[in-house]
Design a protein around this ligand. Structure first.
Ligand code: GLY
Ligand code: MN
Ligand code: MN
Length: 428
């Protein structure tokens, strides 16, 4: 079990801001993540639910946060329910939080064991009129598995059909979107460690190396520098594998003359970096690779000043696609004339750049928030233009992490991306 460096006042503030937005006479219930069985007695690595972490700092399964801000008993305004630690459990799975530890990390004074949950929460619900529950509302989240927060909805609706039910997700989303200084520091730390891994790979890579050997260099550098690991499955894609947007097999040999596209980021205390870099396996870009690479890099540089308050991902996508279209004409992938005659429903550029070029990052690598959300200072996003030329076996993506401000701040500015700098570092 990890202990976060974020202090309890961070989580206290997050809860305070949340309850300010609840209706009168409300109760809000948020579950921790499940342990997920993999096979036999093995579980997948535990990763806390990001909302639950944001409100409590706790890194343990089988915890429930119950907020009942107008409850007449001040000890029941904020309660954590969890497993009561016992010797047998500790022998097999290690230390579980004591009540004092929970209070120290989260700032929540009242800790109860889970066997009291049904009775006590019933009482809290009966002194409320509104029940807020927390479904995962990320647009692309379509899980096959039922998660605790989801199960709770039908259970409570059956037991308490006459209460009013509300969505917690929009409230937590708008809070999580804007990062405070401590959160920015953690994202910055994740970016800095990602930079170390990239520099290590620049020295390591040569023709004949396997993609998984590059992945091993990444994870080595992440972990020795204090990151928990990858923020997401890393992409280490040489040659034509770079054309597969979500390639994660990382199994092939990196060949002389090919490019290597890597999309990778460290996770620090649950905060993600999300970086892509594309480098020549043999240390030197060919003339054509360099032209294509610099086209993407120019567009990325032109796009970074767009991360100012009031803009949206939707606008940035359209602007970047337009800029990339011009670059594609210069690279002779198609002509101006072809563009004038193209099917507007399937523009020509979309065969060479088929994805959006920005998303929010934070506690999740694709963090909460949609493409119509107006930017505010302190939001953090990726900028990731790409160019994928199937007929030439060229796949390029360059991805940096930008904090929104009047002058946007590039948290990945230290990670080399100029052709000359990359080639120089690969010579060493
Ligand atoms: N690493 C996932 C992405 O770039 O969106
Ligand atoms: Mn990304
Ligand atoms: Mn990425």
């Amino acid at each position: 079990m990890n202990k976060t460096s974020l202090i309890s006042s961070f989580f206290q503030n997050n809860r305070k801001n949340l309850v300010q937005n609840l209706l009168e006479k409300s109760i809000a219930i948020i579950n921790s993540a499940n342990e997920l069985n993999r096979n036999g007695d093995q579980n997948f690595a535990f990763r806390q639910n990001s909302d639950f972490f944001y409100l409590t700092g706790l890194e343990q399964e089988k915890c429930v946060l119950v907020l009942s801000p107008q409850h007449p008993d001040k000890n029941l305004k904020e309660v954590i329910f969890t497993l009561q630690p016992n010797d047998l459990m500790e022998t097999w799975t290690g230390h579980k939080y004591t009540a004092d530890e929970i209070s120290e990390i989260s700032g929540i004074k009242t800790v109860k064991w889970l066997d009291q949950f049904d009775m006590l929460v019933r009482e809290m619900i009966l002194s409320s009129e509104n029940i807020y529950l927390n479904l995962n509302e990320y647009t692309k989240y379509l899980p096959e598995l039922v998660y605790n927060d989801y199960k709770l909805v039908s259970k409570l609706k059956e037991q308490f059909p006459l209460h009013l039910y509300h969505r917690l997700a929009p409230l937590i989303t708008s809070q999580r979107l804007v990062k405070n200084e401590e959160e920015i520091k953690l994202i910055q730390k994740a970016c800095t460690i990602t930079n170390s891994a990239f520099k290590r790979i620049l020295k390591f890579l040569h023709p004949g190396v396997k993609e998984y050997e590059v992945e091993a260099e990444m994870i080595h550098e992440f972990i020795i520098n204090g990151a928990r690991g990858h923020a997401y499955q890393p992409i280490v894609a040489s040659g034509k594998n770079g054309l597969v947007l979500h390639y994660t097999e990382n199994k092939d040999e990196c060949r002389d003359g090919d490019l290597l596209l890597m999309d990778f980021g460290a996770e620090c205390e649950n905060y993600a970096a999300d970086c892509s870099r594309t480098i020549p396996v043999n240390g030197k870009f060919t003339a054509r690779q360099k032209d294509c690479y610099n086209a993407v890099l120019r567009v990325q540089k032109k796009a970074i000043p767009l991360f100012v308050p009031g803009n949206t991902i939707d606008n940035i996508n359209r602007e970047v696609w337009k800029m990339m279209e011009e670059e594609m004409i210069s690279l002779k992938l198609f002509s101006k004339h072809d563009v004038a005659n193209q099917n507007p429903k399937k523009p020509l550029y979309s065969s060479y750049l088929m994805h959006g070029v920005a998303h929010f990052i934070g506690l999740d690598v694709h963090d909460v928030g949609n493409k119509y959300e107006k930017f505010k200072r302190g939001m953090v996003l990726t900028i990731e233009p790409g160019l994928y030329i199937r007929e030439e076996g060229i796949g390029i993506r360059i991805e940096n992490n930008i904090m929104v401000d009047d002058v946007p701040v590039d948290l990945t500015a230290e990670i080399p991306r100029e052709v000359e700098e990359i080639e120089d570092l690969m010579k060493k």
